[in-house]
Design a protein around this ligand. Structure first.
Ligand code: 8YV
Length: 328
């Protein structure tokens, strides 16, 4: 009997075909988001699961699925997994780093540029038929080239955004991260570690690329926004919940910062109503990694992890393999 797996959301068809060569696959062709109860019902008899950010794997799920051995997230972020609980239940968790780094950095940079140069705002103006004449100060924004790029969370994607800014746009780069980059990584970017207050005060264009956890919840709220320059922009391609969306809506409304660009939201796909009514914002529906090539690569990597974990191989991108080994 091949191992049974659940593919919890729709994935590229070629990945499904590949998984079927190894497993008895239950999948979700309608691509519905399962309620926790529906997820439990489908996962109860499975040994593996391919999940996305919309499936929460916690102690209750794991306790009800004694056969489960691996959960493979099709995402680099894994705040939908309770990793401690996975380890306690002997379940390997995996994610999809690296394959989406450059694509996500491209998008983060595009959002930052769109906020600084008021692209969404001016397009809405044009579409509303309000463009009657040229004027010297119509939609004047802030330069990107030569401006100070600030990065909060200097992991792989943060470094890829810094590279674009430093090497392509002549931007001085400052960053804040729990740990400093090695000098050989900082040097080619001219990147300088600063404390969080300095980062907020000195940045022209701030990009958030840190993982979501209890520690990063509302890392940017009213007090942090108050430290930023009135000309600054804020871009979030990390996770909803890192920014206090209500506080950001108020800061944008009162022009305490110039503009924002968000790909992720607290409680998405719902969006705070205050963000929908301010003009100085760029809003996208969590698509930073959405190119065909990258989404296929993410699904393939999640499949690689599942196949290796359930056929005696070595999963390429485990999250808790070391913890599991310690436990045994
Ligand atoms: C995914 C992401 O599209 O990888 C991540 O962490 O946020 C996105 O690339 C999304 O999480 C779907 O699982």
């Amino acid at each position: 009997m091949p191992p049974r797996i659940l593919v919890a959301r729709a994935v590229p068809p070629e990945v499904l075909t590949r998984l079927r060569r190894y497993f008895e696959v239950e999948h979700n062709p309608e691509d519905v988001i399962y309620t926790p109860t529906q997820l439990l019902e489908r996962l109860r008899d499975k040994e593996g699961a391919l999940t996305t950010g919309s499936e929460r794997i916690d102690d209750a799920v794991l306790a009800a699925c004694p056969d489960l051995r691996v959960v493979a997230n099709m995402a680099v972020g894994y705040n939908n997994f309770d990793i401690k609980a996975c380890t306690a239940h002997g379940v390997l968790a995996t994610n999809t780093p690296d394959v989406l780094t450059e694509t996500t950095a491209d998008f983060g940079f595009a959002l930052m540029m769109a906020a600084a140069r008021r692209i969404t705002e001016s397009e809405h103006f044009l579409r509303r038929g309000e463009w009657k004449k040229w004027s010297w100060d119509m939609f004047t924004g802030d330069d990107v080239h030569g401006a100070t790029l600030g990065i909060l969370g200097m992991g792989r994607i943060g470094q890829a955004i810094a590279r674009r800014g430093a090497l392509g746009f002549g931007m001085p780069v400052i960053y804040h991260n729990r740990s400093r980059l090695a000098p050989e990584l900082e040097a080619p970017l001219g990147a300088r570690w600063v404390d969080k207050t300095t980062l907020l005060r000195d940045t022209d264009h701030l990009v958030l690329v840190l993982p979501y956890s209890a520690a990063s919840h509302h890392a940017i709220g009213a007090p942090e926004l108050a430290l930023m320059k009135p000309t600054a922009t804020l871009t979030n391609v990390a996770r909803g919940g890192i920014v206090d969306d209500a506080a950001l809506a108020a800061a944008l409304r009162e022009r305490r910062i110039a503009a924002a660009a968000l790909d992720v939201f607290e409680g998405e796909p719902s969006v705070h109503p205050g963000l929908l009514t301010v003009p100085n914002i760029v809003l996208t529906p969590h698509i930073a990694s959405a190119t065909v090539a990258t989404r296929v690569a993410m699904a393939e990597l999640a499949a690689d992890n599942l196949i290796a974990a359930l056929t005696g191989g070595t999963p390429p991108t485990p999250i808790n393999a070391a913890d599991l080994q310690q436990r045994s």
